[in-house]
Write a protein that binds this ligand. Structure first.
Ligand code: GAL
Length: 369
């Protein structure tokens, strides 16, 4: 296996070299023919190790691609675009067969993916859609809009808002957080949540006291919890005074943790002043424990093992010339093309169903103690 892999890589590198030497470019279509079958190396370009989920995503894919008969080259970009571009360039130079990329900045990969295309290397966009390029072949993710709808609906149910047509009793207050402005998922999460919440803003049942209701006022650079904490500190001190925050829309567990810290510093979370309803996403261990303790209220579980399995299936099909299974060919236009996608289903988790995470083997019962 190893000899064969090295053989393929060496031939590929040689071919790249000789094409470059002749001043020609391979015009698309992998230099591997479908009947080359298994083997070779898959480049896995992940964004950051600062969040548990991406560590799990990388590990799961590396394991599963290996089981499927491929070597892997797993790289993390430390949330810096230039690192990720350099890592992908390196993967192209090494002659990897397929690139799986979770973009740090969805719009910053146009040039490097043109190089991948010219070298005949197919690309799967992982979790986050890569924008502004034709050179992305497939997209594997969760239904991102549904993530936002699950968060929005959770808030509506938990606040017992009732039918918007019947109008407000006492309005409930909410503050809104969005994800990283460079991540294409951010707007899907936001739009999904807003679809559910808008009727309640319109009826006056929900009020954003800070008046920061636009996505560009609510984004959180690099999904950073500390940044969210500072913004929440600020919102509480400027807009709440003696008033209470009843709910916070948070798109991601790391952000929720920052928000909860700010709220606790302002005196929430004590007997007389309970914490607001706070959403999240990713079912990260610290947040699931926080939910069990009664601090964060909800998260959205996206099983990274299943996303890895789906991506490996798609990648293997691409490389062995089989039909690639997709379930969405309409919704993910990246500015240049509609990228055929396979979307998995996210699941809402709160205190009442954290057991699901143990039943599914995502965490052990011991980890959640
Ligand atoms: C998004 C991803 C979320 C969350 C966030 C921060 O792109 O879809 O699940 O992980 O990044 O890492």
């Amino acid at each position: 296996m190893r000899t064969r892999t090295l053989g393929i890589t060496a031939v590929a590198a040689l071919l790249t070299f000789s094409l470059a030497a002749c001043g020609q470019e391979a015009k698309g279509g992998s230099r591997y023919k479908p009947d080359d079958g298994k083997g070779g190396t898959i480049g896995l370009a992940m964004p950051t190790k600062s969040s548990e989920r991406w560590i799990a995503d990388g590990k799961n894919m590396a394991e599963q691609f290996k089981k499927a008969g491929y070597e892997t080259d797993l790289q993390y970009g430390d949330d810096k675009v230039e690192n990720q571009v350099a890592q992908i360039e390196n993967m192209i130079t090494k002659g990897h067969r397929l690139l799986v990329v979770a973009a740090i900045n969805g719009s910053a990969l146009t040039d490097v993916l043109k190089r991948a295309h010219d070298a005949g290397i197919p690309v799967i966009s992982y979790d986050r859609l890569i924008l502004g390029t034709e050179n992305v072949d497939y997209y594997a993710s969760f239904d991102n809009e549904r993530v936002g709808r699950l968060q929005g609906q959770y808030l509506v149910d938990k606040l017992k808002l009732g039918e918007p047509e019947k109008g407000a009793g006492d309005p409930r207050s909410i503050e809104l957080f969005a994800g990283d402005p460079d991540d294409n998922n951010t707007k899907y999460f936001w739009n999904g949540a807003m679809k559910v919440l808008k009727p309640y803003f319109d009826s006056g049942q929900l009020v954003v006291r800070s008046k920061q209701t636009r996505i560009n006022q609510a984004t959180t650079l690099k999904w950073d919890g500390g940044t969210a904490q500072k913004r929440m500190d600020d919102l509480i001190s400027k807009s709440y005074g003696d008033k209470r925050v009843d709910a916070v829309l948070s798109p991601y567990d790391g952000i929720s943790i920052g928000i909860i810290s700010a709220l606790k510093s302002a005196g929430y979370g004590t007997g007389s002043e309970p914490l607001p309803v706070i959403t999240g996403q990713d079912a990260e261990l610290a947040s699931v424990k926080s939910i069990i303790r009664g601090e964060q209220t909800q998260t959205v579980f996206k099983d990274t093992r299943k996303l890895a399995a789906q991506t490996v299936k798609m990648g293997d099909a691409v490389l062995t010339g089989k039909k690639v299974q997709v379930n969405n060919t309409t919704d993910y236009h990246n500015g240049e093309k509609t990228v055929p996608a396979f979307l998995l289903k996210p699941v809402s988790v709160d205190k009442s169903n954290t057991k699901l995470l143990v039943d599914e083997g995502y965490f052990t019962a011991g980890q959640l103690k």
